[in-house]
Write a protein that binds this ligand. Structure first.
Ligand SMILES: Cc1ncc(COP(=O)(O)O)c(C=O)c1O
Length: 452
């Protein structure tokens, strides 16, 4: 049966005077847009050709040709007399750029502060002038040693070790190695939008888990695991968009639940790693048979250094690295050598801890000022602060009028309540105090917070 969105397709009228070609392409664009934003999802039936043609004042042939074009592109599939259905895994398009309009202060894009990233010059000069050859190891021994030491410092057991082109690449490869289409994957809600998109692309089913400032709540994990989860993706610190991070106690409570489900795949995403500003607590239990921790260089060394270390159980990591060998082959040794150069610098640890402190000062400047206005916001770790609001669009537009670009929470949510994400990473604490004052004004003028 057509869902309510496809019914909306039937009833929205197109001006009869428009030329046929433009009416057809407009209809195609409209359907594609609804699939892309998730208003129409896999298995939804599109309206019957005649029905849609009649309501849109179009010839049935025009509608039929739109459906054929969409089917050719893999967005829908025809099932004969039964109708036309949204296909299971629509092709994913290039993401829309995160452009922030000129003149606005960028508190939206979630980037690390470029001024706090290490200078690459010295490290680039150490790369050398010879290419690695086929047959070279997938991970440089020096880099592998550095990752091993770091994982060991955080008491993360090491089964196998691997390397990927960033956190998301690692997560995608781990999911490909260990899940099947249709599997249920627990994700934080709010959570990182690209993870939701990755799951959709892999035909996996996201199961939203509630979070608070300490990460996933034990109650929501209990509920989800009692119904059945095949996999779980967690962000132990620098949670995006909320800035949540596990406390030791929360991690222990979650571990106790995880260990009751030894065959559930557990993936931990440590994307901000050294600059997250809080300790790392894992929920992987000794009983966990399938697991991996992914640690990216993107936030501490720079997003363009597409390098993330992976550890996990031997089978998972072997599969990931075996599959990588078939396609990309390895993460370029040029990049690996740059990372080795950077992390071998004697001052690197103190640099990481200074940067983590600066990010913390910035987050706290905003959350403390907001709290003076009675506005509760979260941001214990990482680059962002999350403010619950009733009406995201009004608040984003209000801040824009005052010269600030912030991000509406919609793309980070499945069923959780609305909010806005404010990236604090690149702003001076004084600026963030002013941002808090502006936000308080915007909220009292219209888009009230839910908390204060
Ligand atoms: C939670 C989370 N995971 C992964 C990433 C992407 O990391 P990478 O660039 O290493 O793929 C981000 C980027 O902000 C993120 O917020």
């Amino acid at each position: 049966m057509a869902n309510e969105y496809s019914k909306a397709l039937v009833f929205r009228q197109v001006q009869a005077s428009q030329p046929v070609m433009s009416k057809a392409s407009e209809l195609a664009k409209e359907i594609e847009q609804q699939i892309r934003v998730g208003d129409l999802t896999a298995g939804d039936r599109l309206p019957a050709v005649r029905e849609l043609a009649e309501s849109r004042n179009l010839a049935p042939n025009t509608v039929a040709s739109v459906y054929r074009t969409l089917a050719d592109r893999g967005l829908v599939r025809g099932a004969g007399r039964k109708g036309t259905f949204v296909a299971g895994a629509p092709p994913i398009r290039r993401p829309v750029s995160d452009h922030v309009s000129a003149g606005l202060q960028d508190l939206a894009t979630g980037n690390p502060d470029s001024r706090l990233l290490p200078d690459l010059t010295a490290s680039l000069s150490m790369v050398g002038s010879h290419s690695a050859m086929y047959g070279a190891p997938q991970i440089l021994p020096e880099l592998s040693d550095w990752f091993v030491q770091w994982f060991e410092n955080d008491e993360i057991p090491i089964g196998g070790i691997g390397l990927a082109s960033g956190s998301l690449d690692g997560i995608e490869r781990i999911l490909a190695a260990r899940t099947r289409p249709g599997d249920k994957v627990g994700v934080e809600d709010p959570g990182y939008a690209s993870i939701f998109d990755l799951l959709r692309a892999a035909r996996l089913q996201p199961v939203p888990l509630q979070i608070d400032s300490e990460g996933i709540t034990p109650e929501s994990l209990l509920d989800a695991t009692s119904v059945g989860l095949d996999a779980l993706i967690v962000t132990p610190r620098a949670h995006n968009p909320t800035g949540a991070a596990f406390t030791k106690q929360r991690a222990e409570e979650l571990t106790a639940i995880v260990e009751r489900h030894p065959s559930m795949l557990v993936i931990e995403d440590d994307h901000a790693a050294h600059v997250a500003g809080v300790d790392y607590f894992s929920v992987v239990s000794e009983a966990t048979a399938r697991w991996a921790v992914v640690r990216s260089a993107a936030k501490s060394l720079g997003p363009d250094l597409r390098v993330a270390g992976l550890v996990g159980d031997v089978t998972t990591i072997d599969r990931v690295m075996g599959r990588q060998a078939l396609g990309a082959g390895w993460v370029s040794h040029i990049l690996q050598r740059v990372v080795v150069g950077l992390v071998s610098a004697p001052e690197i640890d103190s640099m990481f801890s200074d940067v983590a402190d600066q990010y913390q000062t910035r987050r706290q400047a905003l959350t403390a000022s907001l709290s003076e206005f009675g506005i509760e916001a979260t941001g214990r770790s990482g680059l962002n602060v999350w403010v619950p609001v009733d009406d995201e669009a009004t608040v984003v537009a209000g801040m824009q009028r005052h010269g600030y670009a912030i991000r509406a929470g919609a793309r980070y949510r499945i069923v959780s309540e609305p909010g806005v994400r404010i990236t604090t990473a690149s702003s001076h604490p004084e600026t963030l105090t002013a941002v808090a004052e502006t936000l308080a004004g915007v909220l009292s003028a219209g888009g009230q917070t839910r908390s204060g």
